[in-house]
Design a binder for this molecule. Structure first.
Ligand code: UDX
Length: 433
C-alpha cells in the first residue's frame, strides 16, 4: 500500500521504516527542511537500535522516500499517518495540538480517492473528531475516514517494538476504515492481538497505558523510600512483587524518577483531561507531583554526599533519560546534573550516546569524558544516573584504579552492592539501608 507519514521524529521515522520493511511504499513528510535533507542524504536524524540498516536498505530501494511536499506525500496515499509532536502547553500542560491541526488542514486539500487518516501521535480523547471536522471544512467532498492508530514504541527499542507489538489497537468507527488497516497490518496476523475498538477508546488506551506505567514506576520508587527507612531491600521486594503474574516483572526498577518525552507529557495531559471532563485522576496527579519531587530529592542526595570543602571531582555516568537512547528530553539525569553544577565546578560527565544532546543543555559547565573510565580519572565520587547496560558490567578494579577516593552513588541500582563493597568502594544506592 502507499503510506504517507507526516512527522519524521521518534514515532514517524521508525514507523515509516517498519512499514517499508513490510512491503509498503512509504513517503515521509516533514516541515523541517534540514531534517528531510539529512534523511534524503541517508543520514538518520535519530538514533534507534536496529534502524540504520533498514533505513539505508529502503531508502536505496526507493520504498522509503522523504519530502517537504505534502501534496506529493498525500496524493494517492491509502493511509496518511499523523506522527507530529503533541508537546505539553508550557502553562496548562495540556497537549498542544497545533501541529496536528496544521497537518490536518494542509493534507485535507490533497486527499483524492478514499483515504484513511490515522492519528499515530498520542492525542487527547476526542481529537479524531476535531481532525474530522477540520478536513470536512477544508475539503467537503473528500472521501476519507479518521481513525486512531496509537503507537506503543519505547525509545531505544522502537524498531524491536514495531515488529513485536503486544497489541495493535485500531480505533475506527466504521468497517471500511477498519479493513484498510487490517490489510496494512496483515503481516502481524497470528503474531499479535488485534484490538478493534471505537476511536475514543483507542485514544484513551494510549494515555491510560502510559499513565499506568508511569504510576507503576512511581510506586516502586516510593517503595524504595519505604525500604530505606524500614531496612528492607527494594531489589528483593521488587522481585517478590514481579513474580506475581498480575503485577509483572517489568517497570519495577527504582530510579531517580521517570523522564523522557512521553511519560511527563502524557501523565500531565491525562490529568488535564480528567479535570476537563470532571473525572479527576487523583492517582495520576499524585504520580506527577511526587515524580517531580523525587528528581529534586535525588539531586539533594548527590549534593549531600559531596565533600564541599575539597571541591573534589564528581564523575557522572548517564545523561539520557534512560539507557539505549540519545534523548535528553525531561531526563532526570539532566535535572540532577543541572543541580550538581550549582554546587561544584568540578564535574565530568559520560554517556554512550547522549553527550551531543546534553551539550545543547549544559554546554561547557561540565567536562565531557572519552569513556566511562576516563570520566572516573582522579574522581572523588562516581554518580550513576542512567541505566546503560555497559555501566552494569563495568570493571570495578579499573574504576578503582582511576578514582582518587572511592565513593559510588548508584541511583539506578545498576551495580551489585556486595561485589562493589568487596572491591573496596563506599557504595550507596537506593531502596536499601
Ligand atoms: C514510554 C512507553 O514505555 C512507551 O510504550 C510509549 O510509547 C512511549 O513512552 P519511553 O518514554 O521511550 O516509552 O521510555 P520507557 O522505557 O517507558 O521509560 C520511561 C522512563 O521511565 C525512563 O526515564 C526510564 O528510565 C524510567 N523507568 C522505566 C524507570 O525508572 N524504571 C523502570 O522500571 C522503567
Amino acid at each position: 500500500m502507499k503510506i504517507a507519514i507526516i512527522g519524521t521524529g521518534y514515532v514517524g521515522l521508525p514507523t515509516g521504516i517498519g512499514l517499508a520493511e513490510l512491503g509498503n511504499e512509504v513517503v515521509c513528510v516533514d516541515k523541517i527542511e534540514e531534517k528531510i535533507a539529512s534523511l534524503s542524504a541517508g543520514r538518520a536524524t535519530i538514533y534507534e537500535d536496529g534502524m540504520e540498516e533498514l533505513f539505508q536498505k529502503h531508502r536505496k530501494s526507493g520504498a522509503l522516500s522523504f519530502t517537504t511536499d505534502m501534496e506529493k506525500a498525500v496524493n494517492g496515499a491509502d493511509v496518511v499517518m499523523l506522527a507530529v509532536g503533541t508537546p505539553p502547553h508550557p502553562i496548562t500542560k495540556e497537549a498542544d495540538l497545533k501541529y496536528i491541526y496544521a497537518a490536518a488542514e494542509e493534507l485535507a486539500q490533497y486527499l483524492n480517492g478514499y483515504t484513511v487518516v490515522a492519528t499515530k501521535s498520542t492525542v487527547p480523547v476526542g481529537t479524531g473528531d476535531e481532525v474530522e471536522a477540520i478536513i470536512k471544512k477544508v475539503n467537503p467532498t473528500a472521501d476519507y475516514d479518521v481513525v486512531s492508530l496509537p503507537e506503543f514504541l519505547r525509545e531505544g527499542f522502537a524498531v524491536h517494538d514495531f515488529f513485536h507489538p503486544d497489541r495493535i489497537v485500531i480505533g475506527a468507527n466504521n468497517e471500511k476504515a477498519r479493513n484498510v488497516l487490517l490489510k496494512l497490518y496483515a503481516p502481524f496476523e497470528g503474531k499479535t492481538e488485534f484490538l478493534l475498538v471505537n476511536r475514543k477508546s483507542s485514544e484513551t488506551i494510549k494515555y491510560a497505558s502510559n499513565a499506568f506505567l508511569a504510576m507503576k514506576i512511581h510506586y516502586i520508587n516510593e517503595m524504595a523510600d519505604f525500604c530505606e527507612k524500614a531496612g528492607a531491600d527494594i531489589r528483593e521486594v521488587a522481585k517478590g512483587m514481579g513474580l506475581d503474574s498480575r503485577i509483572g516483572k517489568k517497570f519495577l526498577n527504582p530510579g531517580p524518577g521517570y523522564g523522557g518525552s512521553c511519560f511527563p507529557k502524557d501523565t500531565n495531559a491525562m490529568a488535564q483531561m480528567g479535570r476537563k471532563f470532571g473525572a479527576h485522576l487523583n492517582l495520576i496527579e499524585t504520580t506527577i507531583a511526587k515524580n517531580d519531587e523525587r528528581k529534586v530529592n535525588m539531586a539533594k542526595r548527590v549534593i549531600d554526599s559531596l565533600d564541599k570543602s575539597t571541591n573534589g571531582k564528581i564523575a557522572v555516568w548517564g545523561l539520557a533519560f534512560k539507557g539505549g537512547t540519545d534523548d535528553c528530553r525531561e531526563s532526570p539525569a539532566m535535572d540532577i546534573v543541572s543541580e550538581i553544577i550549582k554546587h561544584s565546578s568540578n564535574v565530568t560527565v559520560y554517556d554512550p550516546k547522549a553527550m551531543d544532546n546534553a551539550k545543547k543543555i549544559i554546554g561547557d559547565k561540565v567536562k565531557y569524558a572519552q569513556d566511562a573510565y576516563d570520566a572516573c580519572k582522579d574522581a572523588d565520587i562516581l554518580v550513576i544516573l542512567t541505566e546503560w547496560e555497559e555501566f552494569r558490567t563495568a570493571d570495578l578494579n579499573k574504576i578503582r584504579g582511576q578514582m582518587k577516593t572511592h565513593k559510588i552513588l548508584d541511583l539506578r541500582n545498576m551495580l551489585n552492592a556486595t561485589e562493589v563493597r568487596a572491591a573496596g568502594f563506599d557504595y550507596a544506592c537506593i531502596g536499601m539501608k
